[in-house]
Design a protein. Structure first.
Length: 409
């Protein structure tokens, strides 16, 4: 059994490259079902966010599988030049990466909270499509546990860090205060709501677009106004800032939509989507400044953050040891069961002659043999698992191997 992952993220590729390999929730489910049909793959999970795409699999150790080729087939991409943007990890390296990731230690905004939710959602989606297996199930659950411990015991950020929080903070450092600004947020999904609430908390006047056919069914953050999505260009000249954060495969703001738009003041466009929501060519228009997901990064760490990283590394090491103890135990359990069965049979052969000579009813003799079998099995379990608890993993596995040789034919 091998655990493998292939990934692309904000450190390895720009947003336009990442967008080529991004999955929507629906597409991710369909892709996992197709991937699970690949010979040798026991389970798979797709983690697709604005900043990264990762495919996780558990598969036969001897099976040679090119996850990049699998991904390209799923996305209908034939260009091999993109492979340089990807990284593959296996077993210990892969597990360590996931545990650090769950703690927000590999995020564009160090210590951000959203990745932990995204990992849980990826696992839930795999469950819904019956593509996970026991190994990936336990791995992702333990990664979430590690992430929660890091958030609690070694926090790397204060408040509720996210890209929009970082953007507002960055702009404020540049002298651009959101207080009193007119802002429009295109999109009312999770990220759109976070963006609207963040801008509102910063003192902006916020209007959120909603799709007309859903406008009566969706909620928006308290204190925000709403308009239909189709009215966004009419409202846009009033805005100082426009944030777009949708899951749309098409641009929400295109260059041709601005042909008849007159801007009387500078306009900031913040594109928080992957694939992009805003046509990049708009950034070259006079009076418009365009930022995307890659515009805001954590450049330096405070001494407190560095101390938290050391604590987080200790938590990751501890959680990894627990996971691999479970994984190794999972493989050794059938071997222990065979040793127990052999030991019980050995005991039976040694006492059966004595029991046959002991005067008692046949029914009582049979019941006594059953009781002896049960007791012998419990004694063997206690001895073997006692060894596991008192020895390191390598020494324990050597003991198991030695016990197996005792009953070899």
């Amino acid at each position: 059994m091998t655990i493998s992952m292939i990934g692309i993220d904000h450190d390895r590729a720009p947003v336009d490259i990442r967008a080529l390999f991004a999955f929507t929730k629906k597409n991710a489910g369909e892709a996992m079902e197709r991937l699970k049909e690949t010979a040798g793959i026991y389970g798979c999970i797709i983690l697709s966010t604005c900043n990264r795409l990762e495919i996780w699999t558990s598969h036969e150790e001897e099976q040679e599988i090119s996850m990049y080729e699998c991904l390209c087939r799923l996305k209908g991409i034939q260009d091999t030049s993109y492979e340089k943007y990807f990284i593959t990890r296996k077993d210990k390296e892969a597990v360590e990466h996931l545990f650090y990731l769950a703690g927000g230690l590999k995020s564009q905004i160090l210590g951000e909270d959203q990745i932990l939710t995204q990992i849980k959602e990826a696992l839930n989606l795999a469950r819904e499509h019956f593509t996970t297996d026991s190994v990936l199930e336990v791995l992702f659950r333990m990664a979430v546990t590690a992430g929660k411990k890091i958030k609690t015991e070694a926090p790397l950020a204060h408040g509720n860090p996210s890209v929009i929080h970082q953007a507002v903070s960055h702009l404020k450092e540049q002298g651009y205060d959101m207080h009193g600004k007119t802002c429009m947020v295109i999109g009312n999904g999770e990220m759109g709501k976070v963006a609207a609430q963040t801008l509102r908390d910063a003192g902006a006047n916020v209007t959120v677009t909603v799709r007309q056919y859903r406008s009566g069914l969706v909620s928006i953050p308290i204190g925000c106004s709403r308009i239909h999505y189709g009215e966004r260009m009419r409202f846009l000249p009033n805005c100082d800032v426009v944030v777009s954060a949708t899951a749309s495969p098409n641009f929400t703001l295109r260059d041709e939509l601005f042909q008849d738009v007159v801007l009387d003041k500078p306009l900031l466009l913040l594109d928080l989507a992957v694939p992009r929501d805003i046509d990049p060519s708009l950034g070259s228009r006079d009076g418009i400044t365009l930022y995307d997901m890659d515009s805001f990064r954590t450049e330096s760490l405070s001494p407190e953050a560095n101390e938290s990283l050391i604590k987080a590394a200790s938590i990751v090491e501890e959680q990894m040891a627990e996971f691999f103890q479970w994984l190794d135990g999972r493989d050794v359990i059938p071997r222990i069961q065979e040793i127990r069965a052999e030991a019980v049979q050995d005991l039976n052969l040694r006492i059966i002659k004595i029991l046959k000579k002991t005067p008692m009813q046949e029914e009582d003799r049979a019941n006594l043999l059953d009781a002896v079998d049960t007791a012998a099995g419990k004694v063997v379990n206690k001895m073997i698992f006692g060894l596991r608890d008192s020895l390191n993993q390598e020494a324990f596995l050597e003991c198991v191997a030695g016990l197996e040789k005792v009953y070899e034919d």
